[in-house]
Design a protein around this ligand. Structure first.
Ligand code: EUG
Length: 570
């Protein structure tokens, strides 16, 4: 295990010496590596992580590229030694080959905005970050007739939306966006992020990828493997005209490989197709408030058949009272107590804001006759919950949460949702994100368990259910004070208990922070860890030196002794 060399105050560091060197790498070798990297990408695209400035950025719009802004371990634990930004696909290939030659681990990221899950930070301290977003940030194509885009890693949801606006394409197509618009389309999709239009499942809606493999070779998946007969073969492969069906049919021929590049360490995605939604020709967002905490079960039972039948057309979001409250205010305006808020306090917040203990946000798409028909079914269904109230955006002109969702649900990105992080001073956040069935029983049981444990560890329960088609992503927002070591420690202890208790009940997480990947990977252990064994076999075959993202999602290459590196020490 690499220690922090002199960040903890031992020998003074040379000017070009990083806080943390890569494993098995002394300063002389690191310097040789950087000189070679510089000759590939040019000096402006190489940065050693060696100054306080490099690790002091804490703003979403100006994220750190070197460490986790919402760290729960020491700030300098998950940290890179240097960040290298390739200018193009051949640079990525050359950097990958160089890393193999030097046996230095690398960790690609797109925008560095994987907030709540580790940001741009690497799993192995001292890895070299590969900043895929800095220079490779083009929308390569939008096809408004067949409704897709082809993008590079540095295209974020704001960029894609802006591209559609600038080219007057919004009347033809919309891009799905998640809560925060600054994330990379590719990065978010590979992490299996979720947005809120009918195209909310980004992984489901991606189509075709170009990938740099750990050995530096380049491939295209799906129909992209079939050459376009019109392609100019004199160009390098990454510039050749792709097959015209690349973004139309995901599967191609033979084993469908895309899955091994998602939440994985098996390749670096340098181009990806994403389906766009045709402009539906009409739109209306709504909010339904439910007065009592106990309404959860009944609400979810009503949601299931409506969502599976696609009467609920989008990914609706069911927020507990504090998600909405935190968007519009700070905790200290409601309570001075450092104990979790009580039932009467929560009821009072709901009353003051004119919202429910649970609030369902959704949208309808299509011409008015279609929306009217859908609304009559939706309204009749949820009216079975006593006290349910129904609002359209225009009924609550001052409601920040509703207004923001109304934009998000029609593909207009923002960063307003980030405001709930300021519920506490110095708010940092960590997500616990188990999958739930769309049943009243499961929702109630997950809510009870996660709320009880959150409160035992001194945190308010702030959570939302995002309804996929046959499951819900239950997002428990663990909000801590990042300047308070005790608050960080409690957040970390809480999520470890949540993961274990959830697994005991058959619940697993869809995505995880760097610090929790090992533990969660170990819960997916059916039949003597058969799936992990296959992942390790693939990892060792594709990346025999274990260079690309060692430890990503709990998959450790053979070159790393797992027992020494795992952060899960039960
Ligand atoms: C949210 C949603 C997520 C996630 C983290 C946060 C929304 C928070 C469905 O995915 O992973 C309110």
């Amino acid at each position: 295990m690499t220690g922090l060399n002199s960040a903890n105050g031992n020998a003074p560091r040379a000017k070009d010496e990083p806080f943390v060197l890569p494993p098995n790498t002394d300063l002389a070798k690191f310097r040789r590596f950087l000189a070679r990297a510089t000759s590939i990408v040019e000096e402006v695209n190489v940065k050693v992580v060696n100054s306080q400035d490099d690790i002091s950025q804490e703003e979403y719009m100006h994220p750190s590229k070197a460490h986790d802004m919402y760290h729960i371990l020491e700030k300098t634990h998950f940290i890179s030694s240097a960040v290298v930004a390739p200018r193009n696909v051949p640079d990525v290939q050359e950097v990958m080959k160089l890393a193999n030659e030097f046996e230095i681990p690398v960790w690609p990221f797109s925008m560095g905005r994987n907030v709540g899950y580790g940001g741009a930070a690497p799993r192995v301290p001292g890895s070299v970050g590969i900043d895929m977003g800095k220079n490779m940030n083009k929308v390569l194509e939008v096809n408004a007739e067949s409704c897709y885009a082809l993008v590079e890693p540095g295209v974020c949801f704001f960029d894609l939306h802006e591209y559609l606006e600038k080219n007057n394409l919004r009347d033809k197509v919309w891009a799905d966006v998640p809560d925060l618009g600054g994330g990379s389309v590719i990065g978010n999709t590979l992490e299996r992020g979720v947005g809120y239009t009918p195209y909310g499942d980004h992984w489901m809606m991606h189509c075709g990828m170009e990938v740099v493999m750990p050995d530096g070779s380049l491939l295209r998946t799906g129909m992209g493997a079939l050459p376009n007969p019109k392609a100019d073969k004199s160009k390098p492969p990454h510039e050749q005209e792709p097959n015209e069906s690349w973004q139309l049919f995901n599967y191609g021929f033979g084993p469908h490989n895309d899955g091994i590049f998602s939440q994985s360490s098996f390749g670096i995605v340098v181009k990806m197709g994403i389906w766009l939604m045709p402009n539906p020709g009409g739109y209306q967002a709504y909010m339904i408030t439910f007065p009592r905490d106990e309404d959860l079960e009944q609400i979810v039972e009503i949601i299931r058949p409506l969502r599976i039948a696609m009467v609920l057309q989008n990914v609706p979001k069911l927020d507990n009272v504090l998600v909405s409250a935190a968007l519009e205010g700070h905790r200290d305006s409601y309570s001075n107590s450092d104990k979790p808020l009580t039932e009467p306090e929560l009821d009072k917040i709901a009353k003051d804001l004119g919202i429910g203990r649970w609030n369902l946000y959704g949208a309808m798409y299509g011409p008015e006759v279609v929306r009217d028909a859908l609304w009559s079914v939706i309204k009749a269904s949820f009216s079975k919950v006593p006290g349910a109230k129904f609002y359209f955006t225009q009924d609550r002109p001052d409601d920040v949460a509703l207004k923001t969702r109304s934009n998000t649900f029609q593909g207009v990105p923002s960063i307003t949702e980030l405001q709930w992080v300021d519920w506490l001073p110095n708010g940092g956040h960590l997500f616990f994100a188990p999958i739930a069935k769309v049943t009243g029983d499961d929702a109630k049981a997950q809510y009870e368990l996660t709320r009880r444990l959150s409160e035992e560890y001194g945190f308010d329960f702030i959570g939302a259910f995002l309804v996929g088609v046959r499951e819900m992503h239950h997002i428990v927002c663990i909000l801590f004070d990042r300047k308070d070591p005790d608050s960080r420690r409690r957040a970390h202890a809480l999520i470890k208990v949540l993961i274990a208790e959830a697994a005991n009940r058959g619940w697993g997480e869809y995505r995880a922070h760097l610090a929790l990947m090992d533990q969660i990977a170990e819960t997916y252990n059916f039949n003597d860890n058969a799936q992990m064994k296959m992942n390790e076999t693939l990892k060792n075959a594709l990346d025999p030196k274990g260079i690309l993202c060692p430890g990503k999602n709990g998959v450790w290459p053979a070159t790393y002794k797992k027992e020494d590196w795992t952060l899960h020490k039960p």
